[in-house]
Design a protein around this ligand. Structure first.
Ligand SMILES: [Zn+2]
Ligand SMILES: [Zn+2]
Length: 474
């Protein structure tokens, strides 16, 4: 407690039912004139209703602040809250049965409550007939009630677990579904979200195929961008996710999550449904995810034939030959199948086979199956500017030069040597500093250089495509 705060316990009425913890904390900077103080009888009134059920602390205990009493002396006043759908509440009240001249009595929790769902009743004071008053529209039996469904969805989307949810809701006096029920339903929702996402990706791909006027048998080539991220930074994360985005439409078309651990198998023996999908470093997750995404693309009717790289080409290298190798495997399988049927021509075929596969590797068909890479111009620009920053770090600042001086001190007869450290500003070969001043590198020049670099690539590629205009200055 800071010094400018004080208890106003000199005004505490010892016969009042106020417990020690209920004393009013007030800052001394507030005027203490008696007319501005909260009247004691008002406090008595407000507390007498809530403390009527609680055990009173004896007057002896109140005489000294140093006497502590056990926390168990406090009797917990159970309070409960319910969340209401107001339009449903209004409808229930409007349609409730009431005899002429009668009154409606609210019966709280008339039936069994399920988590956030409560079943109350409205009783007619004349005929005692009870109309149901649920806090949300009731779902049929064995269905998840709406408020609980919303709670599970909120947890699944936000990632907030049971303990936090229970903590917040219990402070508000709201009862929560049981832990096992909660997690069963949240995991259920995760599965549903996963299925929904993949079904959504399929409809997107079909839309893209329809827009490209692609018939059902042809496989559409797409330009895509792929990137991965981790749950935690620093290449130690146990979970990673890789996304694939269609460059033209900007839609996400697929994703793959990778996990180096499985919560179930850590407690029990290895289960059939195991969530461990990767047994390697966090850095290798992007490559593995890219491979899986590319492998399943053909069954969706698309081929990710062109990849926009973000500068890190390791993922590209793993998928570069993925379609070409699939084609090669298909070919060798069909050839070996033919071999089995015509065993007499085995030797001749083998000779043909080798010859065929070698020439096939050079064929245009094989080459067209190799995934090509494009570098994102903005990433190239970024790399130019980061290289300029490295240059700046290398050539600016100070460098230390050590000189040994022989100094003679007056008081101490003799010769002592001391090392004198001198710092000198780093300079370029022409003897002038790297940055600052006229004719030297500046921050705006760094930006200009990287921008022009990007512009030059963009412009020259447009010229190469035949869409650019060449200005001729004379
Ligand atoms: Zn009635
Ligand atoms: Zn497992």
């Amino acid at each position: 407690m800071s010094s400018d705060e004080s208890f106003n316990d000199e005004y505490l009425d010892k016969s009042s039912p106020i417990r020690m913890s209920d004393r009013v904390l007030r800052s001394s900077s507030v005027s203490t004139s008696s007319d501005q103080r909260m009247p004691m009888n008002f406090i008595n009134e407000t507390y007498s209703s809530t403390s009527s059920n609680t055990k009173r602390i004896s007057n002896e205990n109140l005489t000294s602040r140093s006497i502590f009493y056990s926390a168990s002396d406090h009797e917990v006043v159970e309070r409960s809250s319910q969340i209401f759908d107001v339009s449903h509440l209004k409808e229930c009240i409007d349609t409730a049965h009431i005899c002429p001249g009668g009154r409606l009595e609210l019966i709280i929790d008339a039936g069994k409550s399920f988590g956030l769902f409560h079943k109350n009743g409205l009783k007619c004071s004349i005929c005692n007939k009870i109309t149901d008053l649920t806090n949300f529209p009731a779902q049929p039996a064995r269905h998840i009630q709406e408020p609980n469904q919303r709670l599970y969805a909120a947890s699944a989307i936000s990632g907030i677990g049971y303990d936090t949810t229970q903590f917040v809701l219990s402070l508000l006096g709201i009862s929560v579904p049981s832990r096992s029920n909660f997690y069963n339903q949240v995991y259920n929702l995760y599965d549903q979200l996963f299925d929904f996402a993949h079904a959504d990706f399929l409809t997107l791909i079909n839309e893209i195929r329809n827009n490209a006027k692609c018939d059902s048998k042809t496989i559409l080539n797409l330009t895509v961008s792929l990137d991965g991220t981790w749950k935690k930074r620093g290449h130690h994360s146990m979970y990673g996710v890789v996304f694939l985005i269609d460059a033209d439409s900007g839609f996400c078309l697929d994703f793959e999550t990778l996990s180096t651990r499985c919560g179930t198998c850590e407690y029990k023996s290895h289960q059939k449904k195991c969530s461990k999908t990767w047994d390697g470093s966090a850095g290798g997750m992007e490559k593995e995810g890219a491979k899986k995404i590319f492998e399943r693309s053909l069954e969706k009717g698309v081929r990710y034939s062109n990849m926009i790289s973000d500068g890190d080409s390791s993922a590209y290298e793993t998928v570069k030959y993925i379609y070409a190798n699939m084609l090669l495997n298909d070919r060798s399988r069909s050839i070996s199948h033919e071999n089995r049927t015509t065993t007499d021509l085995l030797l001749e075929n083998e000779h043909h086979d080798n010859h065929n596969s070698n020439s096939f590797l050079l064929s245009d068909e094989y080459k067209s199956y190799i995934v090509t890479k494009e570098d994102c111009i903005n990433h190239v620009k970024k790399r130019v500017s980061s290289y300029l920053k490295t240059l700046k770090n290398r050539h600016t600042g100070f460098e230390e030069e050590q000189e040994e001086h022989l100094t003679t001190t007056k008081h101490q007869k003799g010769v002592s040597s001391s090392i004198n450290k001198r710092r000198r500003r780093r300079c370029l070969a022409d003897g002038k500093p790297y940055g600052g001043g006229v004719g030297r590198m500046t921050k705006s020049m760094e930006k200009k250089l990287s921008d022009y670099y990007g512009l030059a690539i963009r412009y020259s590629s447009e010229v190469a495509k035949g869409t650019g205009i060449i200005f001729v200055y004379s």
